[in-house]
Design a protein around this ligand. Sequence first.
Ligand code: HEC
Length: 256
Amino acid sequence: MPYELKSLPLSTKVLFSSYLIIIAIGYFVAVLQILFTHGMADTKFGLSIEDIVYSYYGHRSGSKLEAMLNGPMQPYAPPEERFQIIQWVRDGASRTEYEQAIRPIIESRCVMCHGPNSTQPDFTRFEEVQKRAVTDTGATVQSLVRVTHVHLFGISFIFMFVGIIFCFASGAPEPLKALAVAMPFIFQLTDIASWWLTKLSPYFAWLVIAGGAGMAMSFVFMWIVSMYEMWILPLKYRPQGIQTESYLRYLRPKKG
Ligand code: HEC
């Protein structure tokens, strides 16, 4: 390798490091975003296998309305009324019965939070209630197609640049480096394939976690090695005393 991270010019090191720092912050925020979306799928904070199953496979045993009425929305209506809504869902959620029996319950118990001006779905509109009365089959194919192409393009870009920077590392043997730069791409494919597999069967949920964790680990590895070789390693070789000239010669890239 004609150029090594430890002997790059200052400007290049600053450029590479700035990029790595921004990307690390981006990664951190992406993890927060996962915790706030998928992490809340089972209504408890923190990412679990259940969250992954609910997000991709869905609650196949029942509708969202039923799951919420038996879960976090339980305190807002007495059992007979909740049972009436659930019965209506199981009977096929017809409009006529909704107008006769269900709308009054929803209007008196739910619309103070689920009204037209709230951030929650507006249950004064029948369609909004109906949408949540069908079996929840998790992520739609359209949403998976969208997220898949965004991730393939976007994340490959990130790992291309992180990988290029890491290629200038000199501390690790070449086969290990080759493996390290390939890992994020392999884990990315695993991760994306596992979303689709989990949509088909909940048994693949663990693969989503494994793919994401593997990608994060390869990122952290390349990040730390690159930063270490740019900023810490040169300090270790700095000679004691005034041999600045030989130190500078050492820092200059070797020819050939
Ligand atoms: C005190 C306010 C409040 C009341 C009353 C309330 N909800 Fe909610 N509801 C929320 C909040 C906040 C959320 C979103 C947070 C969450 O998912 O736990 C939510 C979410 C939901 C969802 C999921 C919506 C979605 O698809 O994201 C359903 C379904 C639901 N509520 C049904 C009901 C029903 C039925 C009632 C009446 C029996 C009701 N809620 C009463 C505050 C309320």
